[in-house]
Ligand binder design. Structure first.
Ligand code: NAG
Ligand code: NAG
Ligand code: NAG
Ligand code: NAG
Ligand code: NAG
Ligand code: NAG
Ligand code: NAG
Ligand code: NAG
Ligand code: NAG
Length: 333
C-alpha cells in the first residue's frame, strides 16, 4: 500500500460520517405544509419504490423528484417519470403545492383516470407534462386559467372529447402538445390566433373538418397535424414571409392544387404531405429549399419532379403512388 492511499482512507471516512449525520430540524429548508402534501401523494400511490427517498426525517428539499425554490424553499418542481410500477390516479393532493412551476407525470403506463381539477389551483405553473400515461377523460379547460404556462404537453395518453378552444387564450405558450390521444371534432378556429406562435402538435387523433382559415395569418415554426381525418386546403401555411421550419400534414385527406403553391418559407426543412389527396405538380421553388425531410408519396400529383435542385436525393419512396409524377428518382417522363 502506498502513502497516498493510506492517508486518503481516513479522510474519506470522516467525510462519509459527516454526510450521514442526521439533519437537525432547525436547518431543514423544507416547508412543513409541502412535506405533508408530498407524504400524502406518496401514500396515495401506496408508497412506491420510486418515492422511497420521501421520508419524514429528511429535508424534503433533498428528496428525489422534487425541487425547492432558491429563495422561498417551497416545492417548485415535481417530476415523477419513467416507472412501470407506479399505479394509481394523479392524487388530488398535488393541488396543495401552490408554488409549483413544473409538474410532470411522464412515462407512467399505469397512471390512469382523469386529470384532476385540483391542478387548476396551481397558478404558478409554467411547465406541465402529463404524457405517455394511461390518463383518460377530457383535456381540462382549466389550463386556460394558468396564464403563466409556457409548455403544455398532454400527448400520448387516452384523452378524449374535443379540443377546448379556451386554451387559445394562453399568451405565453411555446408548445402545445395534444398529439397521440383520442380527441375528436374540429381544430378550434381560435387556435389560429394564439399569440406567440407556439409549436402545435395535434397528430394521431381523430380530428375532422377543415383547418380553420384563422391559420392563414398564423406563423407557427413547428406544426404537426398528421394521422387525423382533416380535409381541405392547407396551402395557406406556405409563403415566403412565414417562419415555418417543420410541418407534418401526412395521413389526412387534404386536397388542393400544389401547382398553385409557388412560394415556400425559406426556413422550411421538414415537409411531410404523404397520404393525402393533393393534386397538381411540384414547383421549382420547392427544389430550391434546404429540405432535410420531404415526402409527397400517396397523393394525386402529376408531372415532372423538378430536376435542378434538391428533390432527387429523397429517393423514390418520397414520390411513389401518385397519379403521374415522373422524372428522377422516378422513371423518366
Ligand atoms: C418494479 O417492481 C419490480 C418487482 O416488484 C422491481 O423488481 C423493480 O425494481 C421495480 N422497478 C422500479 C423502477 O421501481
Ligand atoms: C389503461 O386504461 C384502459 C382503459 O382506458 C384499461 O383497459 C387498461 O388496462 C389500462 N392499462 C394500463 C396499463 O393501466
Ligand atoms: C407569473 O409569472 C410572472 C413573471 O415570471 C410572475 O411575476 C408572476 O408572479 C407569476 N404568476 C404567478 C401566479 O405565479
Ligand atoms: C412569458 O414567459 C417568459 C419566459 O418564457 C417570461 O420571461 C415572461 O415573464 C412571461 N410573461 C408573462 C406575461 O407571464
Ligand atoms: C381571430 O383573430 C381575428 C383577427 O384579430 C378576429 O377577427 C377573429 O374573430 C378571431 N377568431 C377567433 C375564433 O378567435
Ligand atoms: C392546377 O393549377 C394549375 C395552374 O394554375 C392548372 O394549370 C391546373 O389545371 C390545375 N390542376 C388541377 C387538377 O386543378
Ligand atoms: C407545373 O404546372 C404548371 C402549370 O400547369 C407549369 O406552368 C409548370 O411549368 C409545371 N412545373 C413543373 C416543374 O413542371
Ligand atoms: C395510394 O395513395 C392513396 C391516396 O393517399 C391511398 O388511398 C392508397 O391506399 C395508396 N395506395 C397504395 C397501394 O399504397
Ligand atoms: C414516405 O412516406 C411513405 C408512407 O408513409 C413511406 O413508406 C416512405 O418510406 C417515406 N419515404 C421517405 C423518403 O420519407
Amino acid at each position: 500500500m502506498n502513502i497516498e492511499s493510506s492517508s486518503f482512507y481516513p479522510i474519506l471516512c470522516i467525510c462519509m460520517i459527516l454526510l450521514c449525520l442526521p439533519n437537525n430540524s432547525a436547518s431543514e429548508r423544507c416547508n412543513n405544509n409541502d412535506k405533508q402534501v408530498l407524504l400524502g401523494i406518496k401514500e396515495a400511490f401506496k408508497n412506491p419504490h420510486l418515492l422511497a427517498s420521501w421520508v419524514p426525517s429528511e429535508d424534503c428539499c433533498d428528496w428525489y423528484l422534487v425541487k425547492c425554490g432558491e429563495t422561498n424553499n417551497r416545492i417548485v418542481s415535481l417530476t415523477i417519470q419513467d416507472d412501470d410500477n407506479l399505479t394509481g390516479q394523479i392524487p388530488p393532493q398535488v393541488g396543495g403545492l401552490p408554488y409549483l412551476e413544473t409538474l410532470w407525470f411522464y412515462k407512467l403506463p399505469n397512471l390512469y383516470g382523469a386529470i384532476p381539477e385540483q391542478i387548476s389551483a396551481l397558478t404558478s405553473l409554467k411547465s406541465v407534462r402529463l404524457s405517455w400515461t394511461n390518463l383518460s377523460g377530457p383535456v381540462p379547460i382549466f389550463f386556460a386559467q394558468l396564464t403563466n404556462l409556457t409548455y403544455l404537453d398532454l400527448s400520448s395518453n387516452k384523452l378524449n372529447g374535443v379540443i377546448p378552444s379556451q386554451l387559445s387564450t394562453l399568451k405565453n405558450l411555446s408548445a402545445l402538445h395534444l398529439d397521440r390521444n383520442h380527441l375528436t371534432g374540429e381544430i378550434p378556429a381560435a387556435y389560429g390566433n394564439i399569440s406567440g406562435s407556439p409549436d402545435i402538435y395535434l397528430s394521431h387523433n381523430h380530428l375532422t373538418g377543415f383547418v380553420p382559415q384563422t391559420f392563414a395569418s398564423s406563423d407557427p415554426i413547428r406544426i404537426d397535424l398528421s394521422w387525423n381525418s382533416l380535409e381541405g386546403d392547407i396551402s395557406f401555411f406556405f409563403g415566403t414571409k412565414k417562419r415555418l421550419e417543420t410541418a407534418d400534414f401526412s395521413r389526412n385527406t387534404f386536397s388542393f392544387n400544389f401547382s398553385k403553391v409557388q412560394q415556400f418559407p425559406p426556413s422550411l426543412i421538414y415537409l411531410d404531405l404523404n397520404h393525402n389527396q393533393i393534386s397538381g405538380n411540384l414547383s421549382t421553388a420547392l427544389a430550391k429549399l434546404q429540405l432535410q425531410t420531404f415526402n409527397v408519396s400517396n397523393n394525386k400529383l402529376c408531372g415532372m419532379i423538378p430536376a435542378e435542385g434538391n428533390l432527387e436525393r429523397f429517393g423514390n419512396t418520397a414520390y411513389l403512388n401518385n397519379t403521374c409524377l415522373c422524372g428522377a428518382p422516378l422513371p423518366k417522363c
